[in-house]
Design a protein. Structure first.
Lengths: 373, 276
């Protein structure tokens, strides 16, 4: 086991830069999740880390060793692929032992390690089967087993759960986390699913267009997003955004939201006055009924999940942000979503009073998108 | 229900007709081989000889060095296929996996060699082999057949390799294989059906050649291939078509046997990529 240092790694295909100065220090035994939308460069970074792609510039060290120019097999890492990449012509036993055999490990030792890993993963009864005779979940375990038997310095996982059905995904997610706690091997896990990132990571690295947007623990990332992108990406449903103007009122700064002058939770009030801002409000921080700031709405749509309700409301025109070229969902720009826990059944036609606590608001610079605290 | 059964009948009738059209030449070859030469031109023709000449096969094997010709054909086809497979596996894999400047154009350029008629290449190949003193040697047709086989098999294999996920060799490389090792240890075993189909295609192409053998081997009787040997059974004024047909059947049998042996792989190879 070892820590990993990624220093100013870039990757370009011709004129197209897919990774821009990516730097990250990963502690020994840490579980780091790279998350972001498709095309953000997370899988490219993982492949560069594995040695399957060459970085245009920058260095990578695993432990004390500079592995930038080493072949994948010399880096002492193991990788779990999205489609598992099990060798179809080999049995499960031979799949799991393949890496050890390549390293010239003694046959008895290979058998011992394969049997041990198979027992940990509960696949010891499948060892003589071929991959085609396994279910998706079993293949996933074999892929994990193939990584475990190597006892590598680090595990690299490239969206390993995305081919599983929803129920199995939740189950396997918990198993991978438990496995990490047991083995304490440094793990870099790539996903586009923010729920996976939030539930599994010690630290999340969120990426967009090849650039790291924020590196933080799941809780910090949820409570203190660095910018509009992070705020919108983390959380399900994502944060609501309302366009507003900051106004200086005495020693504090306020914004007019739903017709109320609402005091914004920012420290440097003077610097903010007069600025165009975007106010962020998480759906779960909106409550049904009157509160500190209340407003009446006519829901456009109510989705009930039994234990919670998603109430969709059209945003007033003055709070709608301009459409940008970033491919942002139009519905998200024009609506507000409230996530009501243990709600009472309510008809769609009824007018509803919602409220929020101003201390829960997030404030972003409308021009740069950066968070203001 | 009635419409459905009519459609089924029409479908089976169509399949039966197609099979009959395909099988008829083989059937007629057998009828010709087993008939007395004098019966071949009678009208109306006989669809099965009254007294089949079952001994014709033993007779022509005694009269002609058929086994030597078959051995030469097998040697030439095996050599050509071996060379072609080594070249086209590496070329097809490279075209499938590595993106290099002009790679796609190079791939298409290889295919243009297949578009040229074989007879067009005879003259330059003759010149080359004469300089290399290979005229009359089996090596001449081994190399000539390889030039015929490689362009097409390269593309067949490229198509097959395209259906194999890249992650397989990436996993092998993470497990400690070199790129070549990953190809040999993982990609080639996984590609066995495609390799078998491709090799069989090359073998048939080489086995059925006449033009190259006629040009390069005419003066070397010990190296005649089966197809070249059979044509010598045709006389200038009289040809015994019964014997020629019997020899043709003997020459076709090895291919048929190989096909039946590899059929399982062949179907897998030809339908690769059809499964989602």
């Amino acid at each position: 086991m070892a820590g990993i240092r990624i220093d100013s790694v870039t990757k370009s295909y011709g004129g197209l830069a897919v990774l821009k100065a990516f730097s990250l220090d990963i502690a020994d035994g840490e579980f780091v999740v790279l998350v972001g939308p498709s095309g953000c460069g997370k899988s490219t970074m993982l492949k560069i880390l594995a040695g399957l792609e060459e970085a245009t510039s920058g260095t990578i060290s695993i432990g004390e060793r500079d592995v930038t120019d080493l072949a994948p097999g010399d880096r002492d890492i193991a990788m779990v692929f999205q489609n598992y990449a099990l060798y179809p012509h080999l049995t499960v036993r031979k799949n799991m032992g393949f890496g050890l055999k390549m390293r010239g490990t003694d046959a008895g030792e290979i058998d011992r390690r394969v049997n041990e890993a198979a027992k940990i993963l509960g696949i010891d009864h499948l060892l003589e089967r071929r991959p085609r005779a396994l279910s998706g979940g079993q293949r996933q375990r074999v892929a994990l087993g193939r990584a475990i038997v190597r006892e590598p310095q680090a595990f690299l996982m490239d969206e390993p759960l995305s081919n599983l059905d929803a129920k199995l995904r939740v189950h396997t997610r918990a198993e991978i986390s438990a496995l990490h706690k047991r083995l304490r091997v440094t793990t870099i896990y790539v996903t586009h699913d923010q729920t996976e990132a939030m539930t599994m990571a010690d630290r999340i690295v969120i990426m967009k267009d090849g650039v790291i947007q924020q590196i933080a623990s799941p809780d910090v990332m949820f409570r203190e997003p660095a910018n509009l992108f992070v705020a919108g990406f983390i959380g399900s449903p994502g944060m609501n955004f309302l366009k507003a103007k900051a106004l200086a009122t005495g020693g504090s700064v306020t914004a007019k939201l739903f017709g109320h002058d609402v005091t914004l939770p920012v420290a440097n009030a003077a610097a903010l006055a007069g600025k165009e801002i975007v106010v962020g409000l998480r759906p779960e921080h909106i409550a049904a009924g009157p509160g500190q700031v209340s407003f009446a709405v006519s829901p456009r749509l109510i989705e009930s999940l039994g234990s919670e309700q998603y109430v969709y409301v059209d945003l007033p025109e003055e709070h709608r942000r301009e459409a940008n070229s970033g491919g942002e969902d139009e519905a998200r720009r024009t609506s507000l979503i409230a996530r009501l826990i243990n709600p009472e059944p309510r008809p769609l036609e009824a007018t509803l009073t919602l409220s929020f606590d101003p201390a829960r608001l997030h404030v972003f610079d409308a021009a740069s998108g950066e968070a203001i605290r | 229900m009635r419409r459905r059964s009519l459609r089924t009948i029409a479908l089976y009738a169509g399949v039966a007709l197609t099979c009959a059209i395909l099988v008829f030449p083989i059937y007629w070859l057998v009828v010709t081989a087993l008939s007395e030469p004098s019966q071949l031109r009678q009208l109306p023709p006989s669809f099965w000889p009254a007294e089949p000449r079952w001994g014709v096969f033993g007779q022509i094997m005694a009269e002609r060095p058929i086994l030597l010709w078959l051995g030469n054909s097998a040697l030439a086809a095996t050599g050509a296929v071996a060379i072609s497979m080594v070249v086209s596996v590496l070329a097809g894999y490279s075209l499938s996996r590595f993106r290099v400047r002009g790679g796609q154009s190079l791939g298409l350029f290889i295919l243009t060699a297949k578009m040229l008629p074989a007879t067009l290449l005879v003259i330059p190949l003759f010149g080359i082999f004469r300089n290399l003193e290979l005229i009359g040697s089996l090596w001449s047709i081994i190399l000539a057949h390889a030039t015929l086989i490689i362009p097409f098999t390269t593309w067949m294999l490229k198509g097959y390799f395209d259906t194999i996920p890249r992650e397989l060799e990436q996993a092998a490389m993470v497990d400690g294989c070199s790129p070549l090792g990953a190809m040999v240890r993982v990609i080639l075993p996984v590609s066995a059906p495609g390799l078998a189909a491709t090799a069989l295609y090359g073998f048939v192409l080489s086995w059925s050649d006449y033009a190259y053998a006629r040009t390069f081997l005419t003066n070397a009787q010990d190296n005649w291939t089966a197809n070249l040997g059979i044509t010598t059974m045709k006389g200038e004024y009289i040809s015994n078509w019964s014997d020629i047909s019997a020899a043709s059947i003997l020459v076709a049998l090895p291919i048929l046997a190989i096909y039946l042996f590899l059929e399982r792989y062949l179907v897998g190879g030809l339908t690769a990529g059809a499964e989602k």
